[in-house]
Design a protein around this ligand. Structure first.
Ligand code: BGC
Length: 475
């Protein structure tokens, strides 16, 4: 190797390019959040402009998830054949084009197609961004980069809530307000797309394609010393000689199928506890209880973002399972409380006829519910899904579990408001609390604790036939 390192690059500190890598990739997480959080405080404006019915609101919200399923499905193929960088650029381009097109306020069919495309980009980003980061960020900061992605999602949800509230209050005319709401997302999407050109390709992907010299060139830009570069190249070569990514037929291997079921059910329950009903429809639901204004609009995104911070520490301190129990218990109790609050409201729709007590109970219940999710099921499920699969099936496992997440997100979003209309407002909260009970039983019976064990040890246990619940026990 004949690389020359600049004198200031030796030892300590990270090069500017490392910050560029982290920032651009973080924008991928932010866009996920911006699109996910967009609906809550724009639904009223959207309805005024497009005359949405309840069903129309649900369909427009949920079509993001349909795109997400497809994006997650194809992202593995794109990442493998196009490369990580070009896949990120493609996601950035789709984000930018679809949000800019939406800002033109096209007919509803085109607007929905744009939201489908946004979902496709979100699905792609949710697979490619963590993959790119884990392959390109220096080893010492890889762990924190993984959690950064989840944090950026909640920051995105928060930011778009603030800006949509601000826009809706400043511009009364729905046409102007809506265009500005979409332009806000376009701005961040363009940043990601433009910034994407500055990214280096993932050195691991380059090595996979036999382009070693280019891989070394990238590492020279991101790492400081020749020893670091040699170690990294050595590790990549070793990994490339190990088991390679299997195809979908791996799901028929018994040990893989078992662990896949754990991931699939975790993602299913993450959605069936009802989180996205709160993320998408909290202002609408508070409205049913006669509550409007800033508290109804900002409580969920604010609590959601704030309590993702402690999760980052607790996930290592308490372990994954304890957090899942605590979170589900909080969500169970608070959903029952929210159900009772709505039951006491009965059929009243006039804000003045609804007493303060049920409103207060509902508000406190929602705050603690979001706390319960943000500190546990939000980050932990994604984390566990990235840990439980054996190396050769990690891509397949993560693709399938991500698709399950989006499928159930879509199902819940597409039916929640109609369910409330059909069976009464309280009913859906009791349903969610029921899913919390089943989720707790499932965690106790089948989910392994994955803290403090290496992925290789867990893989050894899995292939030896260890029971799922005990996979995380050290040999
Ligand atoms: C979930 C999303 C949800 C978000 C809220 C994520 O973990 O998968 O569906 O909208 O958390 O913060």
């Amino acid at each position: 190797m004949a690389e020359k390192l600049s004198p200031q690059a030796k030892g300590g500190g990270y090069k500017t390019i490392v910050f560029v890598v982290c920032t651009v990739a973080a924008l991928g997480g932010l866009l996920f959040g911006l699109d996910q959080g967009f609906i809550a405080n724009s639904l009223e404006t959207l309805t005024r402009h497009y005359q949405f019915t309840v069903h129309g609101k649900e369909s427009y919200s949920a079509i993001l998830a349909t795109g997400g399923v497809l994006g997650a499905l194809l992202s593995g193929v794109f990442a493998r054949f196009l490369g990580r960088k070009k896949s990120l650029l493609l996601a950035g381009f789709i984000f930018t084009a679809a949000s800019a097109f939406s800002a033109l306020l096209p007919p509803i069919a085109v607007l929905s197609a744009c939201r489908f495309a946004l979902g496709f980009a979100v699905g792609m980003a949710s697979f490619v961004v963590p993959l790119y980061l884990s392959e390109t960020a220096p080893a010492a900061i890889r762990g924190s980069m993984g959690t950064l992605f989840q944090l950026m999602i909640t920051i995105g949800i928060f930011l778009i809530s603030v800006s949509n509230v601000y826009i809706a209050r400043t511009f009364v005319e729905p046409t102007t307000a809506l265009a500005l709401m979409f332009l806000t997302i376009t701005f961040f999407a363009a940043l990601m797309f433009g910034g994407g050109f500055m990214l280096p390709e993932s050195p691991r992907w380059l090595m996979l394609k036999g382009r070693k010299e280019e891989a070394i060139g990238v590492l020279r830009r991101t790492l400081n010393t020749r020893e670091e570069i040699d170690t990294e190249i050595g590790e990549i070569e070793e990994a490339l000689h190990g088991p390679q990514g299997a195809g979908v037929e791996i799901v028929f291997r018994g040990y893989f199928f078992k662990v896949l079921l754990v991931g699939v059910l975790l993602q299913m329950f993450q959605q069936l506890v009802g989180i996205n009903v709160m993320i998408y429809y909290a202002p609408t639901i508070f409205g049913y209880a006669g509550m409007k204004g800033i508290v109804a609009m900002m409580t969920v995104p604010t609590v959601n973002m704030l309590f993702t911070f402690p999760a980052i520490v607790l996930v290592e301190k308490w372990g994954r399972k304890k957090l899942l129990y605590v979170g589900a218990a909080f969500m169970l109790a608070t959903m029952v409380a929210a159900g009772l609050a709505f039951q006491s409201i009965g059929g009243a729709t006039d804000a003045a006829a609804i007493g303060d007590a049920p409103k207060t109970v509902l508000l406190i219940a929602v705050i603690f519910y979001i706390f319960g999710f943000a500190v546990s099921w939000g980050p932990v499920v994604w984390l566990v899904c990235s840990e439980i699969f054996p190396l050769e099936g990690r891509e397949v496992g993560m693709t399938i579990t991500t698709m399950v997440n989006w499928t159930f997100a879509g199902l819940v979003m597409a039916n929640a408001l109609t369910f409330m209309q059909t069976f009464g407002n309280a009913s859906i909260f009791y349903l969610f609390s029921g899913f919390c009970v089943v989720a707790i039983v499932f965690v106790a019976a089948f989910v392994p604790e994955t803290r403090g064990i290496t992925l290789e040890e867990m893989e050894f246990n899995l292939k030896k036939g260890t029971r799922l619940r005990e996979l995380g026990k050290r040999r």
